[in-house]
Design a protein around this ligand. Structure first.
Ligand code: PLP
Length: 367
């Protein structure tokens, strides 16, 4: 029996339409999109069509750079700080609850002579804007704030943060991986990162949207592809997959949201004894991070193998590190260890959610 998949923040299944869009580029058409002959030009046209499909969901006045993942897009984006050192801007500030792709990269810059600050959040997971204001100064190069948190689903006030960041003359990076294709993108951000495999697209591709006029050094040197920022031959299949996934998300946005909201409400009703971690209202409904005091989540997960879900206490890489996100909310180590994350998606049915909630409740009661 295959497990009921409720881990749609970790990754999502490939949409059938996405698979169909990729197949010709894997099976029949093999031109290098950077070649000048006819097969090459056909491949280049597919890449550019995909770029437009992705751009259609992003603000105007910028360009889309394809990368191998959102992590790579974020590394490319953070590289922009290297061009600002000459202007005396050496501070990088990111929310303490950012994904490791942002947080750890920012901390790495901190070990390279930059001044990295981790910005606190309130107990509901939302950014502390007073602390942000106090931190911003003439030396701030870049601020990173994610749109939808991958662990607890809260939606940060990115537009307000961007206004404050711009007043200080700094750049605003938004990791929109969990929000792209689902909610509006922040019009005020300067750099926006997204990933294929979180929107029912393929793994191995992401993108960075860069506002026109922003200058950054290349992340990968070589043949000068992707406007000189990220050399290497692009995969037309992956690009077509990401483009199609974005297009379908846009077409189905309301339907997907209504379906996922209904699933989340049902789960919330059935798991009535659990406490929600993070803001109750300002959140993406497809992410339900809940805790039940005294619960041994390790035991719960091994007792409920029929459901694929995530322990709230471990980061997505499965390293077993306690969640820095739940810790930033002020949860005790015991509360962190008794938290789980359920992630609902387009292809989950109501019956699956009912069955999963029943199994989880049953196993929790047994403890
Ligand atoms: N940012 C967030 C919020 C994520 O959830 C993830 C994936 O877990 C990433 C960045 C990294 O994305 P990718 O797997 O494409 O590198």
């Amino acid at each position: 029996m295959s497990a009921i998949y409720l881990d749609n923040q970790a990754t999502t299944p490939l949409a059938p339409e996405v698979f169909d869009a990729m197949v010709p580029w894997l099976r029949d058409k093999f031109g290098n999109p950077h070649s000048a002959h006819v097969p090459g030009r056909q491949a280049a046209a597919a890449v550019e069509a995909a770029r437009e499909q992705v751009a259609a969901l992003l603000p105007s006045g910028g360009r889309v750079i394809f990368t191998g993942s959102a992590t790579e897009a974020i590394n490319l984006a953070l590289g922009a700080v290297r061009n600002l050192v000459g202007q005396g801007r050496e501070q990088i500030a990111v929310l303490d609850t950012e994904h490791a792709a942002v947080r750890d990269t920012a901390l790495w810059y901190g070990s390279q002579g930059f001044e990295t600050r981790l910005l606190p959040v309130h107990s509901d997971g939302l950014a502390d804007l007073e602390e942000l204001e106090a931190c911003l100064g003439q030396n701030t190069a870049l601020v990173g704030a994610m749109l939808v948190n991958n662990e607890i689903g809260v939606i940060q006030p990115v537009e307000r943060i961007a206004e404050m960041v711009h007043r200080a003359g700094a750049l605003m990076l938004c990791d929109a991986v969990q929000g792209f294709g689902r909610i509006d993108m922040p019009e005020q951000a300067d750099l926006i990162a997204l990933s294929g495999h979180k929107i029912y697209g393929p793994k191995g591709i992401g993108a960075l949207w860069v506002r026109n006029g922003i200058d950054m050094p290349p992340l990968i040197h070589g043949g000068g592809q992707e406007q000189g920022l990220r050399s290497g031959t692009l995969s037309p299949a992956l690009c077509a997959g990401l483009g199609t996934a974005a297009k379908i998300c846009a077409e189905r946005r309301d339907t997907d949201m209504a379906h996922i909201t209904a699933l989340a409400e049902k789960a919330h009703d059935l798991l009535g004894d659990w406490t929600v971690n993070g803001a109750r209202d300002q959140r993406y409904p497809g992410n339900l991070n809940i805790r039940r005091d005294g619960l041994d989540v390790g035991r719960l997960m091994s007792d409920v193998r029929e459901v694929a879900f995530s322990a709230g206490s471990a980061c997505a890489s499965g390293s077993g590190r306690p969640s820095h996100v739940l810790a930033a909310l002020g949860l005790s180590s015991a509360q962190i260890k008794s938290s789980i994350r359920l992630g609902f998606g387009r292809y989950n049915s109501m019956e699956e959610v009912e069955q999963a909630a029943h199994l989880i409740n049953q196993a929790a009661e047994k403890q």
